[in-house]
Design a protein around this ligand. Structure first.
Ligand code: ZN
Length: 366
């Protein structure tokens, strides 16, 4: 592969490697090269929370994520008062101008238009209904024209379908989550442009034989993609296998849903105004709910490999499908000519040996 000015300029057959001339050569013998991982749902890492972080803090998360093979991510915001959103968006805006670590793609609003019956670790006092468009206009946006705006919504809340229409019209990526929506509402939401589901099976009404709800709908609909938290805590491995079998590697993607405690180990942390404990990789808030994960996508990759997922399909689950969902697949998400050189090389133990963002080597170990 030849890389020039941060882009992949050619991918040659290994037999032709001798004909390639380059200023610098990196030998990846015995390693597997993947497109850089894209995490579209992550609240923090390395002790930093996306709701509190300034631009320097976000850059530190970016640097940590790069060590995990993540080359692009969407800072994810939890329901909060307007002022908290404004501060978080300003920090993201500033951090997007820097080039340290994994690239920040934009923002993912997890809520605030979600169902209080499926709050998970989110604080329901900040949930909102969509009574008129002012409720959307009050959410701060990123001015950067390349920024991705994604929102997880529960379409059954008051005004939910109109909200999906409004988001679609404004170019948002819409995902269904924290929901108890019934079939008819889900059908309307998908017709309005919501064709993805957030941390599938978690924070959703369970599958019932007479009320299959969002889980039954997501498993059945071939035009709907889903993301999952493959941390060994949020989903039983057989549930994960069931999702994989139904959605296939083309319509499934991995997220971390990591919180600030990721990368720090077990302990007690103050996050989102609550005490969250981490024990043996399991998070728990004061209300007894799981409160996000402490994994990175690299851990999720290892989990999926235990289910027999091939390397080619791992690339789909970690990069290609997410790039498509975010409509940035002309830029990244696969190893092809013209794409950004966002790459991760893993060894047989699935440790990162080389991580590159825009053709710049950020991580390199023996
Ligand atoms: Zn989340």
């Amino acid at each position: 592969m030849l890389i020039r000015d941060g882009r992949i300029t050619s991918v040659a057959d290994p037999a032709d490697r001798r004909s390639l001339k380059a200023d610098a050569v990196i030998d990846l013998e015995s390693l597997t090269l993947f497109p850089g991982f894209i995490d579209l749902h992550i609240h923090g890492a390395a002790g930093i929370d996306t709701m509190d972080a300034d631009a320097a803090g976000l850059r530190r998360i970016s640097e940590f994520l790069a060590t995990q093979g993540v080359t692009a991510w969407l800072p994810t915001l939890v329901p909060a008062p307007d002022g908290d959103y404004t501060r978080a968006i300003a920090a993201i805006e500033e951090a997007m101008r820097s080039t340290a670590g994994a690239r920040i793609l934009g923002v993912h609003y997890e809520g605030p238009f979600v169902n209080s019956m499926q709050c998970g670790a989110l604080r329901q006092q900040y949930f909102r209904s969509f009574v008129n468009t002012d409720a959307l206009d009050s959410l701060p946006l990123l001015a950067n024209p390349a920024a991705v705006h994604m929102m997880t919504v529960a379409p059954e809340i008051e005004g939910g379908i109109e909200l999906v229409h409004q988001l679609k019209r404004r170019g948002w990526i819409i995902s269904i989550g924290h929901t108890r929506a019934e079939w008819g509402v889900l059908h309307q939401a998908s017709a309005a442009g919501a064709l993805h589901m957030t941390h599938f099976m978690n924070a959703m009404a369970p599958l019932h034989q007479r009320a299959p709800g969002p889980i039954g709908w997501g498993l059945l609909r071939d035009d709907v993609t889903c993301d999952v938290i493959a941390d060994g805590v949020h989903l039983d491995r057989h549930a994960l296998a069931l999702i994989l079998k139904n959605k296939g590697a083309e319509r499934l993607m991995l997220i971390s849903d990591a919180i600030a405690a990721a990368g720090l180990g077990d302990g007690d942390y103050e996050i989102w105004g609550e005490s969250i404990s981490v024990k043996n990789g399991r998070t728990r808030n004061e209300r007894g709910n799981i409160a996000g994960s402490v994994i990175s996508l690299l851990d999720a990759v290892r989990t999926m490999e235990t289910l027999g997922v091939s390397e080619v399909n791992l690339a789909r689950l970690t990069a290609t499908n997410s790039a498509k969902l975010l409509a940035i697949d002309s830029e990244c998400g696969s190893i092809e000519e013209g794409k950004r050189a966002d790459l991760v090389a893993l060894n047989a133990e699935r440790k990162t040996v080389l991580v590159m963002v825009n053709g710049q080597v950020l991580v390199r170990s023996a």
